[in-house]
Write a protein that binds this ligand. Structure first.
Ligand code: GDP
Ligand code: IMO
Ligand code: MG
Length: 427
């Protein structure tokens, strides 16, 4: 496998975890480069379900190197909790197979608290964040007031920086939000103690990954969230705070862009979104409810019901274009079994005209309406199908319509949550 980037091409939860786990068989190194524990990547192996938040989805394969890069916002509590959870289930996780960047920014309790308080402050204008402290942590990174993992490991330095940071955050918590400030000494003791437990995992992951590349190792970059939640390319301000596609790799893993040899987007056969913000093909009706029910569409991190709608070819076309994808993978095709007709938004109507390209300024396109094309559905259970030719003819026609509309080859189809529920088209 060449150096490969796998990213979400919709609004997250496309099935990245499942596909990364599957593709990790043929990789040596699996790297997360952005986001944090806002992600929830589900992997199902032999009926056992694992939901990974910070740890790369290659962790279920023994002998692989799993890397959390410098661009990830790391909550030490969540990181350690996740390791413990995996160990309890019999997995061997230690500093040999899992590495944490010394340059990754740390999410503290005040980040989580301020994330939640800011959402409350925004009221109707809320983003619907996961409340995991992602935005406030990346804001501190950009403001140069954050602390990195290496800072946490240096006890004296950490205490002085955290003391200074908390003084300001506590003023915000108390004076703006009217809540009780965090106990400064308690926080200092807690995080300096946590630092010791991180130490065995910490290294310069950028150097490690570049060295692995030079040694001919096969590297798989695991995106979190999705292109439409990307801070630059997505539906701002209803986005997350990082670059989610292949565009996030050079900065978030300190790995050269020109060495990313293959780029693959992942999209569901329909579309979902959690949280607020534009979603042109959303079905606020019994169709949306049926998709949610058949797809069990509830958030892996927060348990929130996901908003559901038909496949949006305009959005996926755009997502693949900005990351320069070689091809893409369609997941959850099985969920559409039983619909009499299935639909695809192929273009948008706005201001008397029609467009096939993504409107960069979407929230300002009042009255924008998707134009749907209908296709005959199929009633067969396709979860046991492993060969493309064995899919019902109307399912194949649907897949080929998606391929045509998006304009990039569909490399694989996923027909169930299990690792082996995949149809490889051999492209
Ligand atoms: P991620 O964040 O992109 O890794 O996706 P999530 O894990 O948040 O959500 C995807 C959900 O769909 C999980 O519950 C998966 O187990 C499940 N899933 C993945 N692929 C398929 C598929 O092809 N069919 C079905 N029915 N479920 C799938
Ligand atoms: P995975 O990796 C779906 C959404 C939140 C909210 C917005 C900002 O599992 O696909 P944040 O907490 O990041 O500040 O929230 O982004 N969001 C996700 N939606 N899947 C995710 O991750 C998400 N991570 C964040 O719901 O709308
Ligand atoms: Mg998810």
């Amino acid at each position: 496998m060449p150096t490969t980037s796998v990213f979400g091409a919709q609004w997250g939860d496309e099935g990245k975890g499942k596909l990364i786990d599957r593709m990790a068989r043929d990789a040596d190194v699996i790297v997360r480069y952005q986001g944090g524990a806002n992600a929830g990547h589900t992997v199902v192996v032999g009926g056992e379900k694992y939901v990974l938040h910070l740890i790369p989805s290659g962790i279920l394969h023994p002998g692989k190197l799993n890397v959390i890069g410098n661009g990830v916002a790391v909550d030490p509590l969540k990181f350690l909790e996740e390791i413990e959870g995996l160990r309890k289930r019999g997995l061997h996780v230690d500093g040999t197979g899992l590495k944490l960047s010394s340059s990754a920014h740390v999410i503290f309790e005040h980040h989580r608290l301020i994330d939640q308080l800011s959402e409350r402050w925004r009221g109707e204008g809320r983003i619907g964040t996961t409340g995991r402290g992602i935005g406030p942590c990346y804001a501190d990174k950009a403001a140069r007031t954050g602390l990195r993992v290496s800072d946490l490991l240096d006890n004296d330095y950490c205490r002085s920086r955290l003391r200074a940071a908390l003084a300001e955050k506590n003023a915000l918590i108390e004076k703006v939000h009217g809540e009780a400030p965090l106990d400064l000494e308690g926080q200092l003791d807690r995080y300096t103690a946590l630092a010791e437990r991180l130490r065995p995992f910490v290294c310069d992951t950028g150097a490690l990954v570049r060295k692995a590349y030079k040694a001919g190792k096969r590297i798989l970059f695991e995106g979190a969230q999705g292109a439409m939640l990307d801070i630059d390319a997505g539906t701002y301000p209803f986005v997350t705070s990082s670059n989610t596609g292949a565009n996030g790799i050079p900065a978030g893993a300190l790995f050269p862009a020109r060495h990313i040899e293959r780029v693959i987007g992942i999209a569901k056969a329909y579309c979902t979104r959690v949280g607020e913000g534009p979603f042109p093909s959303e079905q606020l009706n019994e169709i949306g409810e049926r998709i949610r029910k058949q797809g069990n569409e509830y958030g892996s991190t927060t348990g929130r019901p996901r908003r559901c709608g038909w496949f949006d070819a305009v959005a996926v076309r755009y997502a693949l274009e900005i990351s320069g994808a070689d091809g893409w993978i369609v997941t959850n095709l099985d969920v559409l079994s039983g619909f009499e007709t299935v639909q695809v938004a192929t273009r948008y109507k706005s201001g008397g005209g029609e467009r096939r390209d993504w409107p960069a300024d979407l929230p300002r396109f009042a009255g924008l309406e998707p134009v749907f094309q209908s296709f005959p559905g199929w009633s067969e259970d396709i979860t046991q199908v492993r060969k493309y030719a064995e899919l019902p003819a109307s399912a194949r026609a649907y897949v080929e319509a998606l391929e045509r509309e998006v304009g990039a080859p569909i490399l694989m189809l996923s027909v169930g949550p299990e690792r082996d529920q995949v149809i490889d088209r051999g492209l």
